[in-house]
Design a protein around this ligand. Structure first.
Ligand code: SF4
Length: 460
């Protein structure tokens, strides 16, 4: 049997080695010059002339990014009232960084073992979204596993039914499964309740919705848009360098196809976001090349990308960690530099997000002083807690948002997904958004104390 790849085996062509100096790169960043990949590598490493991170240099990079943030977007910190409604955890793609999916065969009707994942029918999705809309959310984000029965629409289903070897294109008919996810078009239409903004269909899902056909990405995104899709999350990007993708997600589409799908979505008029998932096998040169590919994409799509979201790899419970391909995730220094250099490098993307889900509250707030200006959303999330055995959603209330953002002297601003609508919140004038809070009076579903109690119970 072949020995699995380990950290020591990894050698890459793209390495953090430059002719630039840290001082020059910093001077360019301070002057607002467009940075090169070499500049970004110098800033991300705090200089390739030294080993490890130099804390004094790091502070200089963070300061430059914080100043740039203030110049571009001022003192506002935005957030959105949103719901996560993921349709299914069934997926056979086998990405080595993923702890979300469940092997698709465990969802089959005749599977006899324990099934821990979930699949929702379009009717179930609609009910969940309708309930959240009643509570005041106005965005639903939906990113799902690539369920083998999930198809774009009935036409796509017919093509796959007629395929000589459906398994070759990752298709298994819906009647083999306990629950039928319906089609992507049906799910988009179901979630599109009362004008709620539907943020869904990553490039990888876009690929799944055209697998085994000659359909173009334009055609796929156009049909989804007609069904209710509003914007496309630029996740599944991970690191947009194929030598890294070959290690962490060999079953996924390559860099060029990811970019092609994003361009197609923009070309039919859909807004985009963009991400990077860093802190696994990649090095600083890969991170810099990724930033360059996003900046070039943003130039090509004429500014359709509203925000950039750095996502620090969470290594626990992932095959990459369990098979010793990585020994951990990014350090806090690396996290801060990633946010800062994203702000400095992406001179054509206005907003950089600090993810409190990934960084936690304290560090999440610190990131708002390293170049970030957006603090995610309320994320009412039914399934996460259901999977953990709970009965309440997880979320962050408006009240907590206002507390946290004002604690660092910034202005809390509620925004729409596309940042077009904003409402600055006066911290001296509660309630802060009763019509948008998870409960009718704007209070959380669970108080902080209740959440702590639940955490203790869960630990037990
Ligand atoms: S495609 Fe998505 S859900 Fe499936 S294994 Fe990869 S990251 Fe996980």
């Amino acid at each position: 049997m072949e020995r699995p790849v380990t950290e020591a085996d990894l050698t890459f062509e793209c390495v953090p080695d430059t002719d630039q100096s840290f001082e020059n790169a910093l001077a360019k960043a301070r002057d607002g010059d467009r940075l090169t990949v070499d500049d970004a590598v110098e800033l991300l490493t705090t200089g390739t002339d030294i080993d490890g991170i130099d804390r004094r240099r790091k502070e200089q990079v963070l300061e430059a990014a914080d100043r740039r943030r203030a110049e571009i977007v001022g003192e506002e910190v935005t957030f959105v009232a949103n719901l996560n409604n993921n349709v299914t955890t069934a997926c056979n793609v086998g990405c080595l960084f993923c702890n979300f999916k469940d092997s698709a065969h465990t969802f089959e009707a005749d599977y006899e073992g324990e099934m821990t994942g979930f699949t929702k029918t379009p009717a179930e999705s609609r009910e969940i979204v309708a309930d959240a809309v009643d509570r005041g959310i106005y965005e639903v984000t939906s990113v799902s596993g690539l369920h083998p029965a999930f198809v774009l629409d009935e036409e796509h289903r017919e093509i796959l039914e007629g395929h000589p070897n459906p398994k070759e294109v990752n298709y298994i008919p819906a009647d083999r499964y306990e629950t039928d996810p319906g089609t992507y078009v049906e799910q988009m239409a179901a979630m599109s309740v009362d004008g709620v903004h539907v943020h869904s269909m990553t490039p990888e899902e876009g690929y799944h919705a055209r697998r085994g056909t000659d359909l173009t990405y334009e055609e796929v995104y156009s049909r989804l848009q007609d069904a209710g899709l509003d914007t496309v999350p630029g996740t599944a990007a991970e690191i947009l360098v194929d030598e890294v993708r070959d290690v962490i997600c060999p079953g996924k589409i390559g860099t060029d196809e990811w970019l092609e799908a994003m361009e197609a979505a923009a070309s039919v008029g859909l807004g985009l976001t963009a991400t990077i998932m860093y802190g696994h096998v990649e090095n600083e040169a890969h991170r810099a090349v990724h930033l360059q590919r996003i900046r070039e994409l943003q130039d090509r799509v004429d500014g359709a990308i509203t925000e950039f979201v750095p996502l620090s790899f969470i290594h626990q419970n992932t095959p990459l960690f369990e098979h010793d391909v990585v020994s951990g995730g990014a350090s806090t220094d690396e996290d801060e530099l990633m946010i800062a250099v994203s702000r400095l490098f992406l001179d054509n993307v206005d907003h950089v997000q600090s993810s409190w889900v990934k960084y936690g509250d304290e560090q999440g707030l610190k990131m708002l002083n390293c170049g970030a200006d957006d603090f995610m959303g309320t994320i009412l999330s039914e399934e996460i807690t259901k999977r953990a055995g709970g009965t309440y959603g997880e979320f962050r209330s408006f009240e907590e948002y206002v507390d946290l953002i004002t604690s660092i002297g910034r202005t809390p601003v509620e925004r729409s997904t596309d940042y077009d609508r904003r409402r600055a919140i006066d911290p001296d004038d509660p309630p802060f958004g009763p019509e948008l809070g998870p409960n009718a009076d704007g209070t959380p579903l669970l108080t902080r104390e209740e959440r702590s109690e639940r955490a203790v119970l869960a630990d037990d």
